[in-house]
Design a protein around this ligand. Structure first.
Ligand SMILES: N[C@@H](CCC(=O)N[C@@H](CS)C(=O)NCC(=O)O)C(=O)O
Length: 233
């Protein structure tokens, strides 16, 4: 591979999933961070028809959607131990775990970032981190309302914090039970299942409420440290 560019929202867990896979495969890549301005100016729509990130450019060819990107990376750069197992039942399990992480855990995380009053200022700032200062000043106050609109349409945004935290704890109890006596979610080594769930949980753990929820589950924390992105500082 000559050239890989990851177009990303820096705080997106889907972008973290792709970064983790690129890193595990030892592939060099550049990162192009997009902020609220790029999104507003249609930069993201020009990169992908769904208007979502991540988008990965490989030797000039662009692909969107973290699940499709990871499968394409697996096809082009197979590892000795595949991230998506050959065994059909294990593949099915990986698929279910990834879908659950992307479609369920993700919205808990968006809720904790933007529906919780004391968190939203910080995360709105992170969304605008790649923007010029003048635009960030305009966009920061608007970002939480935009996220809340999406969250309400999805349904999670209509729940109370107590309900969302109860839901999160239920998920953690389930994960804890399934990890009992095991190192990995599927089979005997790291797979995309671990990565997909870990990047969402790491995003959840980056909020005070998420971090507190995880404190009761040391087993999950250990697995998270093995599976997710290594801490940067
Ligand atoms: N299924 C997609 C989901 C990607 C996604 O939802 N990305 C969010 C950022 S975390 C996004 O680009 N949202 C912009 C929007 O929905 O307009 C994937 O796995 O890549």
């Amino acid at each position: 591979m000559n050239n890989a560019v990851l177009y990303q929202y820096e705080i997106s867990p889907f972008c973290a999933k792709v970064r983790r896979v690129l890193q595990l495969k030892g592939l060099d890549y550049q990162v192009h961070n997009i902020g609220a301005l790029g999104s507003q100016l249609g930069e993201v729509r020009r990169l992908s028809p769904q208007g979502k990130l991540p988008v990965l450019e490989l030797d000039g060819e662009r692909m969107a959607d973290s699940s499709l990107i990871v499968r394409e990376l697996e096809r082009r750069f197979p590892a000795v131990v595949p991230l998506i197992p050959d065994d059909e039942q294990q593949r099915a399990q990986v698929h279910l775990w990834e879908d659950w992480a992307d479609e369920s855990l993700y919205f808990l995380e968006v809720y904790l970032r933007f529906a919780v009053k004391e968190n939203r200022g910080y995360w709105a700032g992170r969304v605008c981190a790649a923007d010029p200062a003048w635009f960030a000043a305009i966009a920061r106050p608007i970002v939480p309302a935009t996220m809340m609109k999406q969250l309400k349409a999805q349904g999670m945004g209509r729940k109370s914090l107590a309900q969302v935290l109860a839901e999160l704890d239920q998920h953690l109890q389930m994960l804890n039970a399934l990890l009992y006596g095991r190192d990995w979610l599927v089979g005997e080594q790291l797979t995309l299942a671990d990565i997909a769930v870990a990047v969402q949980l790491q995003a959840i753990a980056a909020t005070p409420q998420g971090q507190k929820a995880l404190q009761g589950y040391p087993q999950i924390q250990l697995w998270l440290a093995r599976s997710g992105e290594p801490a940067t500082e």
